[in-house]
Design a protein around this ligand. Sequence first.
Ligand SMILES: [Zn+2]
Length: 260
Amino acid sequence: MDTLSPIMLGFLGSLVAGSMTAVGAIPVLFGRIPSRATRDLSLGFAAGVMLAASFFSLIIPALDAAEMRYVNEAAPAAIVCVAILLGMGAVALMNEKLPHEHFSTGREGPKAASLRRVWLFIIAITIHNFPEGLAVGVGFGADGVSGGMPLAIGIGLQNAPEGLAVAVSLLGEGYSKVRAWGIAALTGMVEPIGGLLGAGIITISEPLLPWGLAFAAGAMLYVISHEIIPETHRSGHQNKATLGLAIGLVIMLFLDVWLG
Ligand SMILES: [Zn+2]
């Protein structure tokens, strides 16, 4: 694997991770939908993995990279803080600016409202898959296999419950099994685009490394707080959701230290 360029590794790693969205949604094709409690547990797991990945695989490496470049004590922390806020702000802005009128004005009543909520969730999942791909790409670009592998595995793992959540919510809105699965699979295909970009930028411009890592972390943190955790708490399974989060968090922490 060392013979592949970091850009190729970043692309392949994020492609595999992104494909896990389609894999996770497979039960829907067979009409086998896990209970809401199980889905909330597994989506909580996704939130835990993303939380740990943000800090251990992105923010800490971002600080390390910045510390190597700047002697000033405060500069590395300041850069990382600003980049995190930029990442969070970018996703917030995209959430705000994406056209949703189609859903709010097309039909009225509770049906339209729930369809709109489902699509907002899907859009948020798709948007945050971009920085996830970016993170995997940046990991491979910055540090080769040892930098990218823990991220590719962790991000791949947490994509499975996300894909399932998307497919199940579409099924609930009356979409066919195949369409629900297909749309869930598509949300993951943003990841290799992010992966290619992330690995490319880092390979070309090393000064951007701390910015890119912390920006990707910020984008993920926004989605965890704004979409994933609220989604897992909507149906009364808060305990299971938190248990899932704890498991995801320690698994990603372990992967990062063990493989990183
Ligand atoms: Zn995710």
